[in-house]
Design a protein around this ligand. Sequence first.
Ligand SMILES: Cc1cc2nc3c(=O)[nH]c(=O)nc-3n(C[C@H](O)[C@H](O)[C@H](O)COP(=O)(O)O)c2cc1C
Length: 454
Amino acid sequence: MNTSRILLIIGGGIAAYKSIELVRLLRKSGYVVRCVLTRAGEQFVTPLTLAALSENKVYTNLFDLKDEVEMGHIQLSREADLVVVAPATADLLAKMAAGIADDLATTLLLATDKPVLAAPAMNVRMWLHPATQRNVVTLRGDGVTVLDPDEGEMACGEFGPGRLPEPTAIFAAIEAALSSPLPLAGGVGGGPVAPSVLPLDDSGPSDMPSPSPSRKREGDLRGQPDFAPENHRPLYGRRILITAGPTHEPIDPVRYIANRSSGKQGFAIAAAAAEAGAEVLLIAGPVPLPTPPGVIRVDVETAVEMAEEVLQGLPVDAAIMVAAVADWRAADTSAQKIKKDGSGAVPPLALAENPDILAGIARSPDRPPLLIGFAAETNDVIAHAGAKLAKKGCDWIVANDVAADPMGGESNRVHIVSKNGIDSWDRLPKAAVARKLMEKIADELDARSPRQPD
Ligand SMILES: Cc1cc2nc3c(=O)[nH]c(=O)nc-3n(C[C@H](O)[C@H](O)[C@H](O)COP(=O)(O)O)c2cc1C
């Protein structure tokens, strides 16, 4: 029997009914549960149902004199062992990230000194909206554990990520959180590590653009000791930079040159690196993928922007360049949409070569000790990868054959080409490729410079 105390905050989402099952599971296992319902939450479940199941008073109002006398709101926020928000609506996540305290639930969340676990649930577009993704990054940076929503058909008929994880999965996350204490929200446990971004050397490679000091970054790199599983984090203490996705090279305000990269392999690698305990900086081209837990993400659009952000992200222990960067961009970008003039004449499209990001880093004074490029090939995969290895000056090329299974699939068959030979792996799901690659990288980094024990 577990007698830990859970403060369960229920937001105003259609999935609020699942919180009832969560309360039942918690009570069955002996947890003491106190529920707080937001005003919107009350539209979906009643305080009476929650009171009956939790066998405890349900709180809804910040300015309730009787409640305040019985148990002040600060005490309510502190007496739990874990604060759980389920469903965490887009609105609640936004308020939590901004530190807004305009009702009982958000005031408790700001006043608590206990770990906070949030289980988001919302429409897929709301979840993928940059504002929500930004808020999730902020909250994770603040030490809040934000579960990934499930993917599937939604109550609104759309399909994608945004469903509340099943009550049994939230229950398991609660048990895990209580058995390995989470960082305290507000960064009390495990404060930020200052990003060690070196000033750039003006004498750097000529085909690399200088960084724009004004580009917005989504957060600071942080250590991952509390995020990664304690028993296996072979990349703890390492900094890893990953690029992912395609780049979009504008022709005019509505058209661009692109490629079919989905970003899935790069995002899987970022997720696996964070799970292995690394500090991960993910520089992502335009893809609608959620940011993996524990990863700092910078979104870019063009190859030039990606090159700038990569340089700003150095130094790191390893850089894994998975992005399918466009080789060319439009030499001139039209400020207005290019129109057909009816004459049948086709507008000229002159191209300019984009910076070679991989070769540029290889020549940089901050060249990472381990520099890995990806090569998507449709023929003579290994021969092309060997040639690319020599030409780019990197340590490994991860070659994948995209002839049989074009970009965007769920699995990959890769060959790791290095000066020591070729390591060919069976076709594996992209997440498995990512995890296997992290083990290989960890071994390589440890062989070159053993880590300090964590
Ligand atoms: C029928 C209905 C279902 C809703 N479902 C969700 C949802 O699943 N997730 C969400 O973020 N917002 C949802 N909303 C919108 C929220 O109720 C609204 O943003 C509200 O302000 C959230 O309040 P809260 O901060 O107390 O959770 C829904 C609204 C309606 C009318």
